[in-house]
Write a protein that binds this ligand. Structure first.
Ligand code: NAD
Length: 314
């Protein structure tokens, strides 16, 4: 099969491309190498893929793409390109989020109208839920994001639904819950915590450290995404959570066990936009996609730490 992956140079996108190539498919990736984090990190994400003759990379923004050419013969579109991260989405930077998360998605959906694609799988986020939904979070709860980032991810999800209903674009949305593992973005928690522990720098903890997250190892998120391209119900939304809901303070204990170094914590005020808790109800993903997470938090943290060590991140 031929697949198109947007955001192919990113953390999850590069893993997804590798999985598709390993499964025998032909993959075109598109990525604008936005300045969300340094280009050399994104180039490193692509290093293995670039050696493969079934992988092609087009560099550029979704708004400028030659869609006729890009979508020619494509069965699956995986839409991961976005400006990720909650904390920077306030203030003037919001326009970066509306352009890359909302406008870019609408452009892609317009391009997919009337084309014989089998699925468009969109990378949504647990950030759409906010703090006012019952735990565990179910897909039919009323989403009320607490960050501008969450608002843009929800808007794009709604666009996917609109284009499904009005133009039969077979869009499926995956609400990923805090993904981690090798190549995790440098602004994300585990990446920052490991780096601080190894450099003996303090870790800034926003709030009391009792907030919880449902952590998802990247290969589990990728497996669910690939399943959605054949088994996802067009128009549906799926929670993809790793089943490892843990308090932040317990994460620091695991970091100590994995690195052999006790992290020093610097507690400060909670940040606007940070959710208090996340916990996925994955019954729908289990029923429709056969989704079962396989990597425990401890296994996953060890894999991320090993990768960071080998990639000389510290
Ligand atoms: P990432 O920043 O590593 O990857 C996103 C990639 O998209 C980047 O390489 C960037 O250059 C590219 N990009 C951004 N805007 C673009 C545009 N307009 N045109 C072309 N390329 C563009 O992020 P990630 O952590 O791999 O996340 C991938 C997707 O999953 C995102 O949509 C994100 O919102 C979603 N998501 C991630 C997590 C997580 O825990 N990492 C959780 C929930 C949802």
């Amino acid at each position: 099969m031929k697949a198109l992956v947007t955001g192919a140079a990113g953390f999850i996108g590069s893993h997804l491309c590798e999985r598709l190539i390993n499964d025998g498919h032909a993959v075109t990736g598109i990525d604008a190498f936005t300045d969300s984090y340094p280009r050399e990190i994104k180039e490193r994400n692509l290093a293995t893929l670039r050696q493969h003759d079934r992988f092609t990379l087009r560099e550029g923004a979704l708004a400028d793409a030659d869609w006729g050419r890009l979508l020619d013969g494509v069965a699956w579109v995986f839409h991961l390109a976005a400006q990720a991260g909650v904390r920077k989405s306030w203030g003037r930077d919001f326009s970066v989020y509306t352009v890359n998360n909302v406008e870019a998605t609408q452009i892609l959906l317009e391009a997919c109208k009337g084309r014989p694609i089998e699925r468009l799988v969109y990378a949504s986020s647990s950030s759409v839920y906010g703090d006012d939904v019952p735990m565990p979070m179910r897909e039919d709860a009323l989403p009320q994001p607490v960050s501008p980032y969450g608002v843009t991810k929800l808007a794009a999800e709604q666009l996917c639904h609109l284009y499904h209903v009005n133009y039969a674009v077979p869009a499926v949305s995956m609400r990923y819950f805090t993904v981690y593992g090798p190549r995790q973005r440098p602004d994300m928690g585990f990446h920052r915590f490991f780096t601080a522990a190894m450099r003996d720098e303090p870790i800034t903890v926003f709030g009391d450290g009792r907030q919880t997250r449902d952590f998802t190892f990247v290969s589990d998120a990728v497996a669910a995404t690939v399943s959605a391209s054949t088994m996802g119900k067009p128009g549906a939304v799926y929670n993809i959570g790793g089943g490892s809901r843990v308090e932040l303070l317990n994460v620091f204990e695991l970091i100590r066990q994995v690195t052999g170094r006790a992290p020093r914590l610097n507690t400060t005020e909670p940040q606007p936009g940070d959710m208090r808790n996340t916990c996925a109800d994955t019954a729908r993903a289990r029923a429709d996609l056969g989704f079962t997470p396989t990597v425990t938090l401890e296994q996953g943290l060890r894999a991320q730490f090993q990768w960071m060590t080998e990639a000389c991140v510290f």
